[in-house]
Write a protein that binds this ligand. Structure first.
Ligand SMILES: Nc1ncnc2c1ncn2[C@@H]1O[C@H](COP(=O)(O)OP(=O)(O)O)[C@@H](O)[C@H]1O
Ligand SMILES: [Mg+2]
Length: 247
């Protein structure tokens, strides 16, 4: 469980988060949505210690991590792994070796064992048959699946996926959506998905957190989102820009 209590964060004069209160529950799929530049990535970076608040507290599983040192963050970051929007694979390694890499580095797992485990994680994301292929030989959505498999090697309880479907076409996006559902429903993971497109959200999310002007504008299940009469929410659902959009 990740809890934000009155979290504020500015960059220079720009207030990005203004006293945000939010609880992310275990084993749910929470979508953090909002227009580009509203602070979605800034919000989730607070959950893994890549940013700390100017004021307010962040709690992970009931422990106040706000003032944690790098050393204290390390074990927390293995329980909750952030997969960046731009997380990339090594071109010159097979998919299997890409997935095996963190186990070799962080877990000091012997090569053969890491390779076997990597095959298992590729299976978990539906890509075992392509384990020997190179990143350039597979589709962009499959590369995203591989970066999620690579995150799974740390056995996290929680995965944060920052814009996992951005830049993917509808079919590829749907594959990633299925994987997101699988992570939570079958593997019991807590999944936080940062997204600024609505394409997949209604089918997958247990809960939607809508950021608007540095605050949580709406926090609830998809049904509450659909039923909202808030004009700002309606405008977002209707696909009208509420601010600068990327695409
Ligand atoms: N490290 C940083 N330094 C300065 N400004 C930042 C930094 N990170 C984010 N910002 C600013 O915070 C705002 C929100 O950024 P971000 O969370 O990345 O938006 P998004 O909702 O698109 O993920 C943007 O205006 C961005 O320029
Ligand atoms: Mg972002």
């Amino acid at each position: 469980m990740i809890e934000y209590r009155g979290v504020s964060r500015s960059f220079g004069p720009k207030v990005v988060l203004d006293r945000v209160d939010l609880v992310i529950r275990d084993r749910e799929i929470t979508y953090v949505i909002g227009a580009s530049g509203t602070g979605k990535s800034v919000l989730v970076k607070h959950a893994v210690g890549l940013l700390s608040p100017d004021s307010g507290r962040v709690l992970v599983d009931g422990t106040d991590v706000t003032d944690f040192t790098e050393d204290q963050w390390r074990p927390v970051r293995r329980r909750c792994v952030l997969v960046f929007q731009a997380s990339t694979l090594f071109d010159s390694m097979t998919l299997r070796d890409n997935v095996a890499l963190p186990m070799r580095i962080h877990g000091k797992v012997p090569r053969h064992e890491a390779r076997d485990l990597a095959t298992g994680y590729l299976e978990a994301v539906g890509l075992a048959s392509k384990a020997d292929m190179m990143p350039a030989e597979v589709a962009p959505s499959e590369r995203k699946q591989v970066s999620i498999a690579r995150a799974l090697t740390l056995s996290p309880e929680c995965l944060i996926l920052d814009e996992p479907t951005t830049g993917l076409d509808v079919v590829a996006g749907a594959m990633v959506d299925r994987l997101i559902a699988h992570l939570a429903r079958d593997l019991g993971k807590t999944v936080i998905v940062v997204s600024h497109d609505l394409r997949s959200i209604f089918g997958v999310a247990d809960r939607i957190v809508f950021l608007y002007k540095a605050a949580v504008r709406l926090d609830g299940p998809p049904a509450a989102f659909r039923a909202s009469t808030d004009p700002v929410v309606r405008q977002f659902v209707g696909g009208e820009p509420t601010g600068p959009m990327e695409t």
